[in-house]
Design a protein around this ligand. Structure first.
Ligand code: BGC
Length: 730
């Protein structure tokens, strides 16, 4: 058994600083050039890192995923380290390693902790098999501004849903590797939705909205937490003693290690906060940041010359060594490459990815029950739009180790489903690679060329419309190219990029019944479509098996059951728009809010239709009056009148009527995904305890539980309710 104290006693200051340093180790695809902003010399980087390994002065690497490479680098580290301390390998395992699941916002739209946990357990199994010990995930930042590109990586706007999803992900990851919830804290509140810009959040918002998912992730046992890039209330988050010591460790009892975001310690100089790199390292380590993630030239390498107290540095090194001991790396530092290949090829992983994609899609509109389509009844199907046959876009952002050959696009999925029962005619209308934005992630390859040689834009557009006109049904896939969302991919508009709306309008004008499949990670401006396109299914970026799952849904093998994890605004000007807002003067007078636009969303939080026909029966509350600390049992009957079984996500909201603060008009406090058989009724039960009613109160600067009455609301979205009053007495 490795004795951490003995190790510490033998280590030199430079070796300790090394343990606290994590380096990027990049090998880009042949011909690729590193994004200049990364400040990375691709040719120099590997040699510089290997030199640090040979000196015993690196604790961790990120971005290596090849098991052979991982073994080689581990050997170098073990041979170079006089104490035999192994390397920790971290990576962005965000929604799968080789088997790609739907993007995180989509997984949240399943409202299904079971599939979320299973998905991340599979991702973690693949990661561990290749030698990765730690995922920089889940991203649990609340996102209330969809201009912010990283909304795609989280669970949306709501702290309760966010907390459930965070805990499920941590449980899944930690079956095999360490999970690192990020980015603590408040990163999602970037001013104007501009990535990396400052966040200014009141304590009320931090404790009630932005912190709960982190707290849930810690309670689920997360072994790591990552810092955030921006200033939080005027202090760089990465140097916040309050965040990393007072809240995380002292208040929540976090026992794992904290890593900075990439180059965030260096950035303390950029912020105009630290005088130089030495002071940057010193202030971050004192604040509670155990490890620095560095692209190059780490600040923590200067810790031995800094004023950081030796006992602080020792306590940070202890955390890193403890993590390595817990992972068993001192005993078993290498991976078995044959086993890695077998695990990555496991067909059960693909089956789970398909199931996940089935559960994440949200049926936004279905006028006249256009969906499901009857494959036996159609002679020809037009599949249109460039995203319909783009493998790379189907996978979504934040994947690196993908296999395009096994990725199923929407077109592949539809063709595979209908076989020779109908003609499937594809026309992109717009070049498949046409993206309006070059992303820093493009260096990892996979995107189709923006200007394919010989693509005649006008002729192709006309061919797409003619294809629609000749078909029995048109399926248009529209949205954002995957590199238009994610990190450093914020937008000032929510409009469909390029000529996609024009294409959709021309297709609808042919009179052929049209289904719109939206490929996205944020709400887009669908005002026109929501009025003119009868069926709209949000398929997100559905992953490796996405197209197969979409066909299962389109043709009715499976009913859609996803629900929106955010409020879908009509237009960018309404942002931010959330379901759990408070109320004030003349709430019924909408024109006092905006005179030129409704203040209601296009689709409410929690919205999602089904091929089932659900109605909600009597809501019962077991006792109308409880003590302030008391618990209320709520039950509701949910009936499915359709001839088929279908899943519904039953949602419970609370509204406090009076108290020592104004409380939101509704707050999600419970949900259950239930499968209701054909022509049947099921009873769904919830318990409302004091933990659901307690909130952080800005007047007393503490948690309170008011003596009050509250409304209990249950329904299939945040806008359709059966309401019952209940009272919690003091
Ligand atoms: C992102 C993190 C990510 C890290 C490593 C940063 O730019 O903000 O979320 O984990 O890079 O790739």
């Amino acid at each position: 058994m490795t004795n951490v104290d003995e190790l510490l006693a033998r280590m030199s200051p430079a070796e300790k600083a090394g343990q606290l340093t994590q380096y990027f180790y990049f090998r880009l695809p042949a011909g690729a050039e590193a994004e200049p902003a990364l400040g990375l010399d691709v040719a120099e980087q590997p040699q510089a890192v290997e030199a640090a390994l040979s000196r015993g002065e690196a604790g961790s690497l990120l971005f290596v995923t090849d098991p052979g490479e991982i073994n080689r680098l581990q050997r170098l580290a073990l041979e170079g380290n006089p104490h035999g301390i192994p390397l920790l390998f971290g990576f962005d395992v965000i929604h799968g390693l080789r088997t790609i699941f739907p993007v995180p916002i989509a997984m949240a739209a399943s409202w299904d902790p079971e599939i979320i946990e299973r998905g991340q357990a599979i991702a973690a199994r693949e990661a561990r098999a290749v030698g990765i010990h730690w995922a920089f995930a889940p991203m649990v930042d609340i996102a209330r501004d969809p201009r912010w590109g990283r909304i795609v990586e989280g669970a949306g706007e709501d702290p309760y849903l966010g907390a459930v999803v965070a805990a499920a992900q941590v449980r899944g990851f930690q079956r095999h590797i360490i999970a690192g919830p990020k980015h603590f804290g408040g990163y999602g509140a970037a001013l104007g939705g501009r990535d990396y810009d400052e966040a200014n959040l009141s304590d009320h918002e931090l404790w009630n909205v932005y912190f709960p998912p982190f707290r849930a992730a810690i309670e689920a046992g997360a072994g790591n937490v990552m810092t955030a890039y921006m200033d939080l209330n005027g202090i760089p988050a990465t140097a916040s003693h309050w965040l990393f010591t007072e809240v995380l460790r002292d208040a929540w009892g976090f026992d794992g290690f904290v890593v900075s975001d990439a180059n965030a310690v260096r950035n303390l100089v950029t912020h105009g906060f630290a005088r130089d790199l030495t002071e940057a390292g010193e202030r971050a380590v004192i604040a509670g940041v155990d490890m620095e993630m560095a692209i190059a030239d780490p600040a923590y390498a200067r810790l031995p010359e800094s004023q950081a107290p030796a006992e602080v540095i020792d306590s940070r090194v202890r955390k890193i060594l403890e993590a390595k001991v817990r992972l068993g790396l001192f005993d078993d530092p290498y991976v078995n490459e044959d086993r890695a290949r077998t695990v990555l090829a496991d067909p059960a992983h693909r089956a789970a990815a398909r199931e996940a994609a089935q559960r994440t899609a949200v049926l936004l509109r279905n006028e006249g029950d256009l969906l499901p389509l009857d494959a036996g009844d159609l002679r020809s199907i037009a599949v249109l739009g460039p995203l319909a046959d783009s493998k790379r876009d189907t996978l979504g952002p934040w994947v690196f180790d993908f296999d395009l050959d096994e990725t199923v696009t929407v077109l592949d999925g539809i063709r595979g489903f209908v076989k020779d029962r109908a003609d499937v005619d594809y026309a992109p209308g717009i070049p498949v690679g046409q993206r309006t934005f070059p992303s820093m992630f493009d260096m990892f390859g996979g995107n189709a060329p923006a200007d394919p040689p010989g693509f005649d834009a006008e002729a192709e557009f006309a061919r797409a419309v003619a294809t629609a006109a000749a078909a029995d049904v048109a399926v248009v896939v529209a949205g954002e190219w995957q590199n238009m969302i994610g990190e450093a991919a914020s937008r000032s508009s929510l409009e469909l990029p390029g000529r996609q709306l024009e294409l959709l309008q021309a297709v609808v004008a042919t009179g052929t019944p049209t289904v719109l499949l939206v490929m996205n990670g944020r709400p887009l401006d669908l005002r026109w479509a929501a009025e003119h396109v009868p069926a709209i299914l949000d398929i997100w970026y559905p992953g490796t098996q996405g197209g197969a799952a979409v066909a299962d849904l389109l043709f009715g093998d499976v009913s859609p059951s996803g629900k929106l994890p955010f409020t879908w605004p009509r237009t960018v000007g309404q942002i931010p728009m959330i379901s759990s807002h408070t109320t004030s003067h003349e709430p019924e007078n909408q024109a006092r809010r905006y005179w030129d636009e409704a203040s209601t969303p296009l689709f409410p939080f929690g919205h999602g239709l089904s091929y089932g026909r659900f109605s909600y029966g009597d809501l019962t509350v077991d006792r109308p009056v409880v003590g302030r600390e008391g618990t209320v049992a709520v039950s509701v009957e949910v009936t499915n009148d359709a001839d088929r079984a279908a899943a519904e996500v039953v949602q419970l909201y609370l509204r406090q009527r009076h108290g020592t603060a104004s409380r939101p008009v509704r707050e999600l406090k419970g949900f259950r995904r239930v499968v209701v058989p054909a022509r049947s009724t099921v009873v769904v039960e919830f318990t409302i305890g004091p933990e659901h009613r307690r909130y952080w109160n800005a007047a007393v600067r503490d948690w309170v539980l008011d003596a009050t009455s509250f409304d209990v609301e249950v329904g299939g979205s945040a806008a359709s309710f059966d309401v019952r009053p209940a009272v919690a007495e003091g």
